[in-house]
Design a binder for this molecule. Structure first.
Ligand SMILES: Nc1ncnc2c1ncn2[C@@H]1O[C@H](COP(=O)(O)OP(=O)(O)O)[C@@H](O)[C@H]1O
Ligand SMILES: [Mg+2]
Length: 481
């Protein structure tokens, strides 16, 4: 059995162009002519499949989706590229359009010709069997013997799906290489989407990942109980603990980058496009100093001893500050907004906190700022001016705000959750102890000082996410649909 070429190995197809070892033409076995398009290979019975079920990944029905003509054209172009490289993927549909890529679902027709060390779902595959293909209704040109042969062959094996990530040609090569290298480093990490292979065709880089069934966060977050929340965050923190153990900051933690399957109660982390190695792009920041030396430096600073100017100065003589700000609006940690030059893996924990606040407050998006200044004001509205000032000073900068709605002391997160959600207790009632426990956990994620903010490891060891309390829903036992 051949080992599928890895993306970063010596014979790296990404770097040198793919040259897969010739394999027996599976198309022959399946009775398909080379280059046959997906719509010709499959029988449909005219059943309507809703947009939601396409996206929700019910694999038993996904083969029968109706695909937009423009998407079919895009997929045909990709299939041509695969064809040239001896790769065989049956394109199914476009499943995601992110900021940096378009992602398609496809069936890996050469699955059993390779070692599939990346496959973390063999057990599930046995449980999640696809129903037999349906026969064509009206007179089709394909010979019935071929059709029956191909159907019975495919019935014998479980179709294996992949996600084909077509990275936009406008992305910088450094960025693309960084994403693929980090994914390669993280192979074998629990709950991190493995990379099967990747290659370049002219200026187009394509990454092949296992396809993960998941549902749109917006469809389920409002109905999550505290127990559901625990399972969701245990899965997310397991992924993050593995990533952080490798000294990697994901930088873009948000619901669309954590593919969660509510049935299997398990998620995988995807999209390492903005990820970086901790310390790779950092320089000294005051937050790394001992508190006494920091205090001395701040007290003797010029800015501290000058009157606070109002409005924006026309000529700002202050030296500009440069720091990595990569991430998504609303999920950026305060130290990112304050341009801390020594950012750590803790920025990911803040983003997890924002997801949790969204779920508890039942509002998405929770933060909705147009830029970093507005984002800072949103955070300041919750935490108050005093804490924001301290937070800014920690990174050697100042926070001043004259907006009347930004109070001195802000609000407790429990108040925010109660005001904005249906989780609020009725008047005179004590808050639900489970919600109280969840908010206590949330406070440790949304801690302004990154050094005091909980780590992923500490989160997993916390009482809130204790495995024992969740153990009766371990995946092995709960997959009984
Ligand atoms: N392995 C996968 N399995 C299923 N869907 C995926 C997979 N990878 C990505 N997707 C879908 O494609 C979307 C965009 O992918 P992502 O890697 O986040 O790209 P971008 O860098 O463009 O944001 C995801 O939000 C998800 O819906
Ligand atoms: Mg993404």
């Amino acid at each position: 059995m051949a080992k599928r070429p890895g993306p970063i190995a010596e014979e790296n197809p990404f770097l040198r162009g793919t040259d897969l070892a010739p394999v027996t033409a599976l198309s022959e076995k399946l009775g398909l002519s080379p280059g046959t398009r997906y719509e010709e290979q499959h029988d449909t019975d005219g059943e309507d499949v809703s947009e939601e079920s396409q996206r929700s990944g019910d694999e038993s029905e996904e083969d029968e989706v109706e695909v937009d003509e423009s998407v079919q054209e895009e997929m045909a172009k990709l299939e041509d590229i695969f064809e040239e490289r001896g790769l065989r993927y049956r394109m199914i549909d476009r499943i995601g359009e992110g900021t940096f890529s378009t992602v398609y679902k496809a069936e890996d027709l050469h699955y059993e010709y390779y070692q599939n060390d990346w496959d973390i779902e063999p057990k599930d595959a046995l449980k999640w069997t696809s129903p037999p293909f349906k026969r064509r209704r009206n007179g089709e040109s394909q010979s019935s013997t071929t059709l029956v042969d191909s159907q019975s062959q495919r019935r014998q094996r479980q179709p294996r799906y992949v996600a084909i990530k077509k990275i936009y040609v406008t992305s910088s090569p450094m960025r693309i290489q960084n994403e693929l290298e980090l994914l390669h480093d993280l192979r074998g990490c629990k709950a991190v989407c493995p990379l099967i292979t990747a290659f370049r065709h002219q200026d187009q880089v394509v990454a092949i990942l296992p396809h993960f069934r998941h549902q749109d966060f917006r469809m389920f977050y409002r109905g999550m109980t505290v127990f559901d929340i625990k399972i969701y965050f245990r899965s997310l923190f397991e992924a993050l603990a593995a990533v952080h153990k490798h000294g990697i900051i994901h930088r873009d933690i948000k619901p669309t980058n954590f593919l969660y399957d509510i049935d299997r109660q398990r998620g995988v982390l995807v999209d390492f496009g903005l990820a970086e190695r901790e310390g790779s792009d950092s320089s000294h920041c005051l937050c790394q100093d001992h508190p006494t030396s920091r205090k001395t430096k701040i007290e003797s600073s010029k800015a501290r001893n000058q009157p606070i100017p109002t409005g924006f100065p026309k000529n700002d003589p202050r030296p500009s500050r440069r720091a990595n700000r990569a991430g998504t609006r609303g999920f950026r940690a305060p130290e990112v907004l304050l341009k801390c030059t020594a950012q750590t893996t803790k920025i990911d924990i803040w983003s997890v906190g924002v997801i949790m606040l969204t779920i508890l407050a039942q509002r998405f998006p929770f933060f909705n700022s147009a830029d970093d200044i507005e984002a800072m004001i949103e955070i300041a509205t919750i935490f108050g001016q005093q804490k924001m000032r301290q937070c800014a000073m920690l990174h050697g900068t100042m926070f001043e705000c004259t907006i009347p709605t930004v109070g001195k002391h802000g609000f407790a997160l429990s108040q925010i959750v109660h005001w904005s959600s249906a989780r609020a207790p009725d008047e005179g009632e004590d808050p639900d102890p489970e919600v109280r426990e969840a908010v206590k956990f949330l406070e440790q994620c949304l801690e302004l000082d990154p050094r005091k903010r909980m780590s992923a490891r500490a989160a997993l060891a916390s009482d809130f996410l204790a495995k024992e309390t969740l153990s009766d829903t371990e995946p092995e036992e709960m997959d009984v649909l």
